[in-house]
Structures are given as C-alpha cells and as structure tokens.
Design a protein around this ligand. Structure first.
Ligand SMILES: Nc1ncnc2c1ncn2[C@@H]1O[C@H](COP(=O)(O)OP(=O)(O)OP(=O)(O)O)[C@@H](O)[C@H]1O
Length: 347
C-alpha cells in the first residue's frame, strides 16, 4: 500500500472457484466461519438494514456536517463492538485520547442509569467526567474513588474495565500515514488474535508527507488504501469524512457527493452513512402549522444509508441525541416524516 493501485506490487490473489468451494467446505467442517465476519453496530435497525452489521473487508464512510455527531456515532459503534467482545482501534486526528475516554465514561454512565430504570439525566455527564480528569486532587484519591463521587461513575468505570484492554486509541498526527495505520492495525490484530474494528477520524486528515499532490489525489489514494487495508487485514474500516465547505452553506441536504475531496469516496466505499440534524432536513410541511416542532426535530438526528453494498438498499433512520453523555439513545426508528432534498435552514 505504498502508492496508487496501479503501481502496487501485490501477491497473486487469484483463487479458482474450486479452491473457494473446497476452502468453504473445509471451514464448515472445522466449525469456523467461511465468509466475512459481521460486526454488529449495536443499533438494531441499522444492523438489519446492513444485513447484520459491518463486514470484514468493508470500507464504511460516515459523513455529515460539522458537529452533527459523526465522532459520537462512530465511537458508540466501536464501543458496542468492544462491549460485545471484539477489539477495536481508533485513529483520532481530531480528539485527544482523554477526550474519547471522557465521552465513553459519560456514555457508560447513561447506559448504567437506563439499566437501573433511572432517568438518564441523573447520570454523570461528559462535562463532569472531564472535570475529574482536569482537576488536581488535594486528597490524592485514585480514579475509582474520584469517579465514585459522580452518579453512575463507578458503574461506568466497571463497564469500561470489561473492554478497556481491547480498545486502543491512537492519537494521530501529521506523521500518521496510511502505512503507520496499517502497522498499528497489524499489531492490534496480532495481540488480540483477531482483526479489530478500525475507526479513522477523519479520512481527509490522513497525511502523505513529502508528496506534492492536490487534495483530490491525496484523498483518492487514502480512500483506496483504506479499502485495501480493510480487505488485507480482514476488518471493517469506518472512516469519518468531512463535507465540502461549499455544500454546507448552499442550503442543500448533504449527500455522498458532498464528501470532501474525491469521487473515489463514493466508488470505494461499501457503505455510506450521512448524518444530519433532523431540523435541517425535515420537509417544510411538518413545520408550518406547528412552529414548536422544530425544537423537537433539533433533538433528533437522521442517518441516511446512501450506499449499502451488501444490505437491503437505502434507508432513513432517526435517533435521539444525547450529546451530554457522549452518545445517541440506542433505539433507532424509521423516519416517518417526509425529508427534503434541499435543507430548510442554512447555517
Ligand atoms: N459535553 C458536551 N455536552 C453537550 N454537547 C456536547 C458535549 N461535547 C460535545 N458536544 C456536542 O456534541 C455534538 C457532536 O459532537 P461530535 O464530535 O460527535 O460531532 P462531529 O460531527 O464529529 O463534529 P466535527 O465535524 O466538528 O468533528 C457537537 O455538536 C458538540 O458541540
């Protein structure tokens, strides 16, 4: 994966159908899985739309406007994977590792409150968890004691303890090339004995130092390389993608072609999810007679499944924001309102 596909030297990947059938037969007899490994996202409706979830070998693009919750959703999918016993690695160009951990604590506290049938509003939020990380403690108490003072803080830590060793966060920077990403994924895969789910936050930030090229070329090569990585390492790669600045201000609903940098994004991806705040894309007819409705729509996000190579086509799914706890509410619904092509409000 050093250059574009045409100049990459690869081993012979050809297998006859006879070989494939024999390998499948052999795997079935050994009781192992002959096909792709499916990684549930943990969101039931999204998983059924994707025919089970994310697959090994797949490149999943997650786009959306600034602040729409892309990192939140992707980290929650990663969390659901590791909570279910898998491993994962996050390449975070955007946030420090501590920020991701604080969001995970908020999320776990909210889940713990829900599990005890208590209102989520009672659980410690990300802001409160961040304060623990940022305060100097004159009592020199440990993490468990400090978190224990926050509602559901101890429960959140216990939940995270269960998967903490399987979840890796790589604080990425302008040296975190595609080769570096591949080598970290190989290391995590070897350590864990199985390929991890990979999250790249975000794709346009992956550098190619020392190469003179425009953004389109760089994004094309990075996108192709991430797809290659998914196939070679047999893992799902979720890549967050920034939007074209022009598309954000133009009053249009964001679509796959608005992702920044290259048409390769649409071609290479197996799954494309676009996240929007519902108030930006609900049809005007749902707003004219009920001006208060906009406040309710603001609390919801819509995931548009725009490309779905192995699943049941496109879909519009909605889920409620709980950004204070670094998450979305786990139950999704199918959007019942009509959505628009053009955004109602521009930013
Ligand atoms: N502690 C918090 N309490 C409430 N809201 C928060 C908190 N931290 C972040 N947010 C909000 O949550 C939203 C989702 O954040 P997230 O980082 O997931 O968005 P994003 O789409 O990845 O953003 P960007 O494009 O800027 O990277 C943002 O609008 C952010 O302002």
């Amino acid at each position: 994966m050093t250059e574009t596909r045409s100049s990459t030297h690869r081993p012979d990947r050809r297998r006859s159908v006879r070989t494939l059938l024999d390998q499948t037969d052999d795997a079935l007899r050994r009781g192992t899985r002959p096909g792709a490994v499916v990684w549930p996202s943990g969101f039931r409706l999204l998983d059924s739309t994707l025919d089970g979830g994310l697959r090994s070998g797949e490149l999943v693009l997650l786009g959306g406007s600034e602040g729409s919750g892309k990192t939140t959703l992707a980290v929650q999918m990663v969390r659901n994977a590791v909570a279910a016993g898998r491993s994962a690695v996050i390449f975070s160009f955007e946030h420090e590792a501590g920020t991701v951990v604080q969001r995970l604590l908020g999320l776990e506290a909210a889940y713990a409150a829900e599990a005890s049938d208590q209102p989520v509003s009672q659980a410690g939020n990300v802001h409160a968890f961040r304060a623990v990380f940022e305060a100097e403690d004159p009592h020199r108490q440990g993490l468990a004691e400090a978190l224990g003072k926050l509602p559901y803080g101890r429960a959140a830590l216990t939940m995270m303890d269960a998967y903490a060793e399987r979840l890796h966060i790589h604080e990425a920077n302008n040296q975190t090339t595609i080769e570096e990403i591949a080598s970290v994924v190989a290391m995590v895969s070897e350590e864990g004995g199985e390929p991890p789910m990979v999250l790249v936050d975000y794709l346009q930030k992956v550098p190619r130092p020392g190469v003179q090229e425009d953004e389109t070329t760089r994004v094309t090569i990075v996108t192709e390389s991430l797809k290659d990585l998914a196939m070679e390492m047999e893992c799902p790669v979720v890549a967050i993608s920034a939007a074209d600045r022009d598309s954000l201000g133009s009053g249009r609903r964001m679509r796959t072609h608005d992702l920044r940098g290259s048409s390769a994004l649409a071609y290479e991806a197996d799954v494309v999810l676009i996240l929007s705040s519902k108030d930006n894309i609900v049809s005007r007819e749902h707003l004219v007679y009920d001006l208060g409705a906009i406040k309710i729509y603001r609390r919801w996000s819509v995931i548009t499944v725009e490309k779905n190579r192995h699943g049941s086509g496109s879909a519009e799914l909605e889920l409620q924001k709980d950004f204070e706890h670094g998450r979305f509410h786990p139950t999704m619904r199918i959007v019942s309102e009509r959505l628009i092509e053009e955004r109602v409000f521009t930013t």
